[in-house]
Structures are given as C-alpha cells and as structure tokens.
Ligand binder design. Structure first.
Ligand SMILES: NC(=O)c1ccc[n+]([C@@H]2O[C@H](COP(=O)([O-])OP(=O)(O)OC[C@H]3O[C@@H](n4cnc5c(N)ncnc54)[C@H](O)[C@@H]3O)[C@@H](O)[C@H]2O)c1
Length: 244
C-alpha cells in the first residue's frame, strides 16, 4: 500500500506544489484545505497524472476537523507523513493595530494548529511504524531586525523552536519532526508583486525561491533528515541546514 501524506493548505500556493511533488514521489495525498474547491482541483490534477489523492475540506484550527483529517489518513493506511503547510499573515491589519482576536487567529493558524495536528498524528504514526512531520515556517521567524507582521513572525519563530525542541520524538515515537523556513517563494502571487516593484526595489531584494526548490528540500528531508532539523532557504543561496 502507498504511504500516505497529509498536506494542509494543500489546495493552492505552496501546498499545491507540495501535494503534487509528494504524489509524484509515490505518496497517496490527503489534500486538506478549508477551500473545498481548491482541495478538489488539486486532488483532480494529481489523479490526472494517474496518482492517488483525496480532497478533504477541513479547517486546521477546528479540533473536530483535526480529528477528521487524521481519520481520513488512517482509512488510507497512514498517516506516514504530515506537512503542516497551512499558514499566512493576518489580512489587512497587523499588531498593534489589529484587535486581539485578529492577531490571535494568526498565531492559532501558524503555530497552535500545527501543534494540535502534530499531537494527533503521533499515536497513529507510532502504531504504523513511524513517520515524519514537516512544519512550514518562514524566514519571517528568523532574525533580530524589525518585521512587518509581528504576530506572524512570532508564530513562525515559535514553530521553528517547537520543531528543534522535539528532536527526541524520533526515538520516543519513531517520528522525525523537521522544519523548512523559506524566504519569499516564487508563487504566482509573488511574481505579480515582483512585476509591480520598481527596479531599485527589485535589486534590493533577494531572488524569489522557485517552489520546486522548496519541494526538493522537503523530499530530501523525508529521505534523509534527522528529527529536529530546521532548513533555512534564502533566494539565490544554498539552503542552510541546522541539524540537532
Ligand atoms: N508564499 C511565500 O512566499 C512564503 C514564504 C515563506 C513561508 N510561507 C509559508 O508557506 C505556507 C503556504 O503559503 P502560501 O503562500 O502558499 O499560502 P496561500 O495563502 O497561497 O495558500 C494557503 C492555503 O491554505 C489554505 N488554508 C488557509 N487557512 C487554512 C485553514 N485554517 N485550514 C485549512 N486550510 C487553510 C488556503 O485555503 C490556501 O489554499 C504558509 O505556512 C506560509 O506561511 C510562504
């Protein structure tokens, strides 16, 4: 039976690229997205390549949905891999202009939800012989300079520290938890934004990271990475690997 991978936020953006990349690497994918049509569209494209995927509408912040995500993967004989990819900035306003409920929602999506889903997959992964979890953080969670979304930066910094803290899951549960922290990725939205930038703004920016490079790092971590590893990705440079 094919190994099963859950990809959250798998319907569009980076999650779609990860879903397709893992499907091509032989995983059966549970494409989880709160946008049902995006999840279905991604699962259909995977199916068109003769590969296996199931769409699941779920919100990773809702505990009942989290239970449903794990159950869906268990019905397929997994989960063997979890990619905690769903994430993003608070729309419109950032801390301190944002109300507490708004910035708390960003921390919930980018930190609490990956913690919750990871906790729910640990038992099933251990029972079926082990597994791997990839947390998608961001370069926004690294560094000491001012940053435009403090709540997003804090949540992603937390996700990085969370991952490194849990290197021991490899021995206690047979689960390698690892993290990728990319800078700006060359998804279609980023390319459109890049086009709108002035020449000086562009030359002051690092090149966009090809999404395929992020997928390649994830696949390499799944093959050979050790639990607690964090990989920084900066446009135009080689990935920086922090192993425990
Ligand atoms: N785009 C970048 O340049 C970049 C850079 C560094 C890190 N990241 C991280 O990569 C991940 C993906 O980013 P993206 O740019 O592809 O995002 P995106 O907004 O383009 O796509 C996110 C997907 O997740 C889904 N989603 C959002 N909230 C959800 C929820 N609560 N439950 C289930 N699904 C949900 C959305 O419907 C969407 O399909 C995020 O964690 C982001 O922080 C992105």
């Amino acid at each position: 039976m094919a190994r099963t991978a859950i990809v959250t936020g798998g319907g569009s953006g980076l999650g779609r690229e990860i879903s397709l990349g893992l499907a091509h690497a032989g995983y059966g994918i549970v494409v989880v997205d709160r946008d049902e049509s995006a999840a279905h569209a991604c699962a259909s494209s995977i199916g068109e390549h003769g590969l296996s995927a199931q769409a699941l509408r779920a919100d990773v912040r809702v505990p009942e949905d989290v239970t449903g995500i794990v159950a869906a993967a268990q019905r397929l004989g997994g989960p063997h891999v979890l990619v905690n990819n769903a994430g993003g900035w608070t729309p419109q306003r950032q801390y301190p202009q944002a109300e507490a409920a708004e910035w708390a929602a960003t921390i919930n999506l980018n930190l609490i939800a990956p913690m919750l889903l990871s906790q729910h997959v640990l038992g099933p992964m251990r029972e079926q012989g082990g597994g791997a979890i990839i947390n998608i953080a961001s370069s926004g969670g690294i560094g000491f300079e001012p940053y435009g979304s403090p709540e997003y930066g804090a949540a992603k910094a937390g996700l990085i520290r969370f991952t490194a803290s849990l290197a021991g899951l490899a021995s206690s549960h047979g689960v390698r938890m690892m993290c990728v922290a990319p800078d700006w990725i060359g998804l279609s939205r980023a390319h459109a934004q890049w086009e709108r930038m002035s020449a000086p703004e562009r030359s002051a920016s690092r090149p966009l990271i090809p999404p395929a490079d992020v997928v390649a790092v994830i696949l390499e971590l799944l093959r050979t990475g050790s639990g607690g590893t964090v990989v920084e990705m900066w446009g135009g440079d080689q990935p920086i690997v922090h192993s425990p």
